[in-house]
Design a protein around this ligand. Structure first.
Ligand code: ADP
Ligand code: MG
Length: 223
């Protein structure tokens, strides 16, 4: 099987003034193509830090992140940005949409940046996929939380990412919208999308193929 991601002895220590906060301490994981993996653990266990390293939003203190066989720690800033745009899709707890742009423009944005001419059609197709084609011209403030997260999913899929990353994607939603979002993720996974999702909700974790447990910045599978 092909590994989409591997981490090797991944560590991250944050500096708070003069105090070192070890957020990750030697994490080794591998995620195969087509898997839906949940990262779980209590608050402060290092889940977001791990996802941010995998997603190249931050750099490790030591260790490696390998995505599709490429050691991303060797890349410079431009290569990183380019790789992120083409290979990775992100979904966050607070949606992180551009508030001044419409749903369609939010989804079209990453497609436009990679200079695809069909950005508008493609964005429209993606909005349709998440059931929001009738909201294309609305701004985020005119959409419910669940709808905003669906726009964020469409945007994350914009450039057919090898890997979809989600950090607590339902933590800010009501039960019904949460269910819609998790079902959408499961559906995407069924059609081949590799997904890594951080959650602290056991109900969500159960829906993944596999759970990676973190405790105090280390893998701890014997829960
Ligand atoms: P989780 O997502 O599991 O709640 P995090 O990865 O956010 O955990 O945090 C892991 C540890 O690292 C915590 O002790 C947290 O306080 C610390 N931490 C996270 N981000 C920073 C930061 N930017 N600066 C300092 N400490 C941080
Ligand atoms: Mg977190």
């Amino acid at each position: 099987m092909v590994n989409i991601i591997e981490t090797r002895d991944l560590s991250k220590t944050y500096l708070m003034g003069k105090v070192e906060v070890p957020a990750l301490r030697g994490v080794n994981i591998a995620v195969e193509k087509g898997e839906f993996v949940a990262i779980m653990g209590s608050s402060g266990s290092g889940k977001s830090t791990l996802l941010n390293m995998i997603g190249m939003l931050d750099t490790p203190t030591s260790g490696k992140v390998i995505i599709e066989g490429v050691d991303v720690s060797e890349m410079d800033e431009n290569q990183r940005a380019d790789f992120r745009l083409n290979k990775l899709g992100f979904i966050f707890q607070f949606f992180n949409l551009f508030m001044e742009l419409t749903a369609l423009e939010n989804v079209a944005f990453p497609i436009l940046i990679v200079k695809r001419k069909d950005f508008e059609e493609r964005a429209m197709r993606l909005l349709d996929l998440v059931g929001l084609s009738d909201r294309a011209n609305h701004k985020p403030a005119e959409l419910s939380g669940g709808q905003q997260q669906r726009v964020a999913i469409a945007r994350a899929l914009a450039n057919e990412p090898a890997l979809l990353l989600a950090d607590e994607p339902t933590a800010n939603l009501d039960t019904k919208s949460s269910e819609q979002i998790i079902e959408m993720l499961m559906e995407l996974n069924k059609s081949g999308q590799t997904i890594v999702m951080v959650t602290h909700e056991p109900e969500l974790g159960k829906r993944a193929d596999r759970i990676i447990w973190l405790k105090d910045g280390m893998i701890k599978n014997e829960f």
